[in-house]
Each structure stands twice: as C-alpha cells, then as structure tokens.
Design a protein around this ligand. Sequence first.
Ligand SMILES: Nc1ncnc2c1ncn2[C@@H]1O[C@H](COP(=O)(O)OP(=O)(O)O)[C@@H](O)[C@H]1O
Ligand SMILES: [Mg+2]
Length: 141
Amino acid sequence: MRLHSSSVAERGRDLLRLPLKTNRDVVAARQAVARELKARGARPIRVTRFATAVSEIARNTVLHGGGGSFAVFLDPASGYLMVECRDAGEGIADLDRAMTDGYSTGGSMGRGLGGAKRLADRFEIETGPGKGTRVILGARL
Ligand SMILES: Nc1ncnc2c1ncn2[C@@H]1O[C@H](COP(=O)(O)OP(=O)(O)O)[C@@H](O)[C@H]1O
Ligand SMILES: [Mg+2]
C-alpha cells in the first residue's frame, strides 16, 4: 500500500517525534495529539475520537511491536493532521484477521485496529511478517 504522507515525516518536517517504548509514552502521544488538534481549533468530540485512535495504535506499537516511534505532521496536500506510529517488530501476517473486532493474539479486546480505523478520518497500514508495522492516521481539520 502506498503511504502518500510518509515522505513528509521522513523529510523531518514533523511537528513532533517521540519514542514509543512504555505505557507512559503512549499517554504522552495521546496528550500530544490532543494538544495539536485543539490548537488547530478541532471540536472536543473530534479531539477525543482521534486521540483514542492514536492511543490504540500507539499501544499496539509498544505491546505487539516491541516499541517504536511516533510522529505528528501536517499533510500539505490535504491539510490533515497526520500521525505515524511505526515499529520494527514481527509485523502482522494476516491483516484481515487482525482488523476483525475480537481478534487478539494478546488475549485482550482485539478492538484496537478496527476501532482506530472507525475513529480516524484516514487510516493506512503497512505491515507483513518481518517487515514491522507502520500505521498512518489522519484527522481532518
Ligand atoms: N504493531 C503491531 N505489531 C505486531 N502485531 C500487531 C501490531 N498491532 C496489532 N497487531 C496484531 O493485531 C492484533 C489485533 O490488534 P488490536 O485490534 O489492537 O487488538 P489487541 O491489541 O487487543 O490484541 C493484535 O493482537 C496483534 O496480533
Ligand atoms: Mg490493541
């Protein structure tokens, strides 16, 4: 899958970049994205929805991906606020199954990926066995 916005993050124009190693980092990522959205005039309900999506994906990076990084940037083409969570973990072999509500290899709710896709305005994922996982989430401003 092509990730149109990834080049922006890679060029180092991100508003913010944080490590994702611990649960505290997940909380910090959630707070950072809420702050960025609020500062751009997003309504509270939309801030909460997007921050929840980011929190689920960041938690997966820490829990299933063995840690990674988090970046916030603006997509110049769409004007969306974008978030990238990436890790170099084992990746997801069966993405369709992982996206299904109730499927979890960790014995938890298994609603993180599906929920994040529903809560974000844009959702892209690039993953595979041995490829790590990279998720891009977007919020319309
Ligand atoms: N970053 C990741 N690296 C490896 N596997 C992942 C990653 N994110 C999600 N997965 C896989 O997808 C499954 C579903 O994820 P999710 O819907 O968030 O449910 P949960 O986190 O409750 O297990 C996980 O159980 C895991 O097997
Ligand atoms: Mg999860």
